[in-house]
Design a protein around this ligand. Structure first.
Ligand SMILES: [Cu+2]
Length: 659
């Protein structure tokens, strides 16, 4: 449904998208972000980090290793099984320990919306099993004339977080430019009962530029650039921190209204991004052996896409390709200065080439439709470093330097309306290649289960068979939707203990090597509802259930327990107020083999109020609220090594926009 999500976002206003959030596939979602000031009213914390916005989504949950750079998960699957893109651009983190998900290299101020597509609905964005998250940056704006801008600031009491954000836009009929700068600084946060969580500070700088020029009424070129830098980022759940995480993300795009008089909305883009990640253990006490662990990831890519309308058919075609280089090293310095430092390549300069063709056809029958999607791709890995290749050959003497595979994806969705009921069912198949860590990682320490992980270049392609069903009932004041999906994933990739190998990490529990399981099965069911009591007062609620087991009936790690949330929202005469609860049942279906120990049930209460003032032509917005009002001490299933979550937190945001 990503194609549909794109269509929706291009053809209807943001307001409508939100009202339509229960429309068609209920496992897909568009989250509006606060950069449009009209959305401030609907957002509890307009300058919250992107992670908080993602966490507010019905479908995404966030795995946390601290207060910064949370890792998105969806349908019980995280990083390797998701495709996370920025404006359709492929980007890969540079950390062997997942400290830098792609979502950590943009800021919410850069974005208009977050497009979430479940399972193979996300295939337009790349090969994935669990789904796709596309971060859509501020759109072109040729309409707004002259200069305008926004200054925003926010403060949070718990971790003394300060945020400052400034934007300037210039627009004319032919040309526009958006420029932004952002700064965030947070100190260590306190969990419930005022317990300080050590090493949970962070600091972030972000600059964003987006501009476009109309070559003619139907043709335009654009340029976009993001610079993002985080320094002194603490990871309380991990044995080390990060001194620098930096991204340069740039692209040039060209679009025209039609092509060959047949295709419409033809858009092409070339892009480049470079990520540097430097881990740092010098701030930690009791480090047995000091390590330097820098990593780098660099990606070139391009895509071109267009639509074609023919009778009841609406086709979408996309050709895409990228080349990524992932490199990470580790130097261990023994405490005895007489001993030589030990050097390893933890990612042996792995080059990945991927080209794919995505095609979809949406066939309408009155109010009903059938959507067929397909992706065919070629994927190749090669190990460029001789040193890294020879190191891996110790374990895999027959290993080839290059490894290529064909990746396929098919999906079919049927949507039917029966009176006020929308019924939808889909079947799909998708494949993914192993990640760089899964294929070529060399002694990657996982602080969750305490094992060193070694990649396996002989892994088979992982393949998912997916069924999804949703039923929604929609009346003008009332909506309720039940949605579920089931994944049978064959050749599921996960680490398994190899007792013949001994760990490199001092005190490590052992070594796990990535293997293909026969299969794993995951299931997700959610029930969503909302009701409008009046034009100013509305209620929404959501409850979800998740299941994940391997072929021996063992629990998979990081599968959520029953989770729920409910909110009352009030909005009248530029005043807004909301009160909401969120909670989860006991995490009892955990995986001790992967280091989980379970988590108790919890329930949180949050509230916020806001007011918008008009000052001549300008606009002043003030929002304030309290999170975790009862200062509850809690740990969720997604908290790495059971690091407790934030206690009571008071937040205030002020934003001033001039025209
Ligand atoms: Cu790292």
């Amino acid at each position: 449904m990503m194609g549909l999500a794109i269509l929706i976002s291009m053809t209807v206003t943001a307001q409508q998208v939100e009202e339509d959030s229960l429309q068609s596939v209920n496992l897909n979602e568009v989250i509006l972000v606060s950069s449009n000031r009209l959305n401030h009213q609907k957002t509890e914390k307009p300058l919250a980090g992107l992670d908080a916005f993602l966490e507010s989504s019905r479908n995404v949950s966030m795995v946390k290793r601290g207060a910064y750079a949370w890792e998105p998960a969806m349908n019980g699957m995280a990083s390797e099984r998701l495709s996370v893109t920025i404006d359709g651009m492929q980007i890969f983190g540079a950390c062997t320990d997942k400290m830098d998900p792609i979502t950590s290299y943009v800021d919410v101020s850069n974005l208009d919306e977050i497009q979430i597509a479940s399972g193979q609905e996300g295939a337009a964005y790349g090969n994935s099993i669990g789904g796709a998250i596309n971060l859509k940056t501020n759109a072109a704006n040729y309409v707004k004339k002259g200069w305008s801008g926004t200054l925003g600031s926010s403060y949070e009491s718990n971790n003394n977080l300060k945020v400052a954000n400034g934007k300037v836009n210039y627009g004319s009929e032919r040309f526009f430019i958006n420029l932004q700068g952002l700064y965030r600084k947070a100190y260590e946060y306190a969990a419930g009962n005022n317990e300080k969580v050590q090493f949970s500070q962070y600091e972030k700088y972000n600059a964003f530029l987006n501009s476009g020029y109309k070559l003619s009424d139907s043709k335009q070129i654009g340029l976009s650039f993001i610079y993002d830098e985080a320094v002194d980022v603490g990871y309380p759940a991990l044995p080390m921190d990060v001194s620098l995480a930096r991204a340069f993300i740039g692209s040039v795009n060209y679009s025209q209204d039609s092509l060959f008089n047949r295709l419409d909305t033809w858009e092409s883009k070339i892009y480049y991004n470079n990520i540097t990640h430097v881990m740092d253990d010098t701030t930690r006490p009791d480090v047995l052996i000091h390590m330097d662990m820098p990593g780098e990831s660099e990606t070139f890519g391009a895509y071109s896409q267009a639509y074609l309308k023919s009778g009841a058919n609406r086709f979408f075609f996309k050709l895409d390709g990228y080349h990524n280089r992932s490199y990470a090293e580790m130097t261990m310095y023994p405490p005895n200065p007489g001993e030589e430092p030990m050097f390893m390549l933890t990612w042996p300069d792995v080059h990945t080439y991927n080209v794919g063709l995505y095609a979809e056809d949406k066939i309408s029958f009155g109010m009903d439709f059938l959507k067929l999607g397909m992706r065919l791709g070629y994927h190749k890995n090669s190990v460029a470093s001789n040193f890294g290749y020879n190191s891996l050959k110790i374990f895999y003497p027959e290993m080839e330097r290059e490894n290529s595979r064909i990746l396929k994806s098919f999906s079919a969705i049927y949507h039917k309306m029966l009176g006020d009921f929308h019924i939808e069912g889909g079947l799909s198949y998708g494949e993914r290649a192993p990640s760089v860590s899964e294929g070529y990682g060399f002694y990657l320490f996982n602080s969750f289960d305490g094992f060193d992980y070694i990649g396996n270049p002989n892994l088979s392609t992982e393949a998912s068979n997916e069924v999804n069903v949703s039923v929604s009932y929609k009346r003008p004041l009332f909506e309720v939707a039940l949605a579920g999906n089931f994944f049978h994933i064959s050749d599921y990739i996960i680490g398994k203990t190899n007792s013949e190998l001994s760990p490199m990490t001092l005190g490590g529990a052992g070594v796990k090597v990535y293997e293909n399981l026969d299969y794993a099965r995951l299931m997700n069911v959610s029930l969503n509802g909302n009701y409008s009591f009046s034009s100013s007062l509305s209620w929404s609620g959501n409850i979800s259930y998740h299941y994940g087991k391997d072929n021996d009936g063992n629990n998979l790690p990081l599968i959520a327990p029953i989770s729920y949330r409910s909110a009352l929202n009030y909005f009248k005469n530029q005043y807004s107020a909301s009160i909401n609860i969120q909670g989860a049942g006991k995490h009892s279906e955990f995986s001790s083999y992967y280091g989980e120990t379970g988590a108790a049930a919890y329930l949180l209460l949050n509230a916020a109020v806001g007011k918008r003032f008009f000052i001549d032509d300008d606009d002043l917005y003030v929002k304030a609220g309290v999170e975790n009002i009862f200062d509850t001490y809690y740990v969720s299933y997604a908290d790495w090594n059971n690091i407790p979550r934030m206690g009571r937190n008071i937040h205030v945001t002020v934003s001033y926009s001039f025209n």
